[in-house]
Design a protein around this ligand. Sequence first.
Ligand code: TYD
Ligand code: MG
Length: 453
Amino acid sequence: MSKKDKTVYVCQNCGHEALKWMGRCPGCGEWNRMVEETQRPVQPGGSRASFMSRPEAITHISMAPEMRLTSGVTEFDRTLGGGLVPGSLVLIGGDPGIGKSTLVLQILARLADRGTRALYLSGEESAQQIKLRAQRLSIGAETLYVMTGTRIEDFLEQLGTVQPGIVAVDSIQTFYTDDIPSAPGSVGQVREVASRLMAYAKNSGVPVFLVGHVTKEGAIAGPKVLEHLVDTVLYFEGDPGHLYRILRAVKNRYGSTNEIGVFEMKDSGLEAVGNPSRIFLEERPQDVPGSAVISCMEGTRPLLVEVQALVGPSPLGMPRRTAIGVDSNRISLLVAVLGKRMGMELGDQDIFVNVAGGLKVDEPAADLGIVLAMMSSFLNKPLDRGLVAFGEVGLAGEIRGVSQPGMRIRESGKLGFTRCLLAQSNQESVAASKKIKLLGAASIQDVHELLFT
Ligand code: TYD
Ligand code: MG
């Protein structure tokens, strides 16, 4: 360490810096995440990554038609908002083993098939391991190049010889730069390596994928800082016990967020699922109380999923409340509303709520379906199989309208549903449909009357 090096303590969760060690990070409140890192002062004319354009009058900036690079895998391209924007930095985060490397390799191969020179840089696997995986995925693209290593300078030097049109770096936590003394994977390294790649992307116009592991807390390891730096953040998620994987855009400078792509993990790699609603409803039980279908919006696309509830007397003093795929606070709120507004006392009942297929639903529009599933289980009355529902439930027991009722109804009709329960205000705003009968409800009492009496 030279004399001028400065020691700081950096939170590995949020990137907060402090001059002395602390047990608890003042930035994010996490315990035991402060790690000593050494910062080297920047030398004038040093190698710090930078890019800067000349000042230009806004009226003179030419509008070249936006050229997006598409892979032809529509589930992927749509999640990005219609393909890759030149010079963009896309972070793909997810749990270890979920399929990030598989996804990235497959997308690069598809781009290579379409005539783009693609470069896959791995700091985790050897070239042979990557080849093995590629064989399993039946990848034979001529213009897909593989490089292995962990020092980012080596890689940047090689770029001139390859001249790629797309680059993927797997994973950002394994790379390091000589300019920073701390270990690979630390906040300082990850941030510096990412900003080098960002400078490369912006200067060359080549889009770059960064693969990042997620910690058990669900943040991309170390750096929330990375999320600010990149243009697009995609999360690859799914229950390892299920075959379905969902790619979700949580930040996108070039498209809408919450857009999702659905894939199935097969022996020969990931396969895009063209009609996810059908898949999520495939194994729906017949005439069993506690099952309801909701029509929710994932980004710009309606998706039908099944919500299941199991409500039964609890043998315990403290009844259990378990929610999978929905927010458990939301369940508590709906249980309280049912008790207060309808006299449906669930205080002494165990309640389990699950979204089938391993999907996560965080839209208030799911409320009505959850309420239906809980009522149906509690009253032991199955719901009509052709019924679908969407709507928000307020604290007064009122049913509130939600966005995009028309799209939700159309998707339901397409999948053969014959009745749709929705907020009265939504019913008034959409045209009647021949295919599907609309049942407008203003309160949960209406819902009870319409369906359970
Ligand atoms: P991987 O892409 O290595 O995950 P990550 O990069 O996110 O850590 O995928 C790992 C899992 O995917 C592994 O458990 C095996 C499974 N898999 C398949 O089921 N089919 C396949 O064709 C491949 C390549 C992997
Ligand atoms: Mg991997």
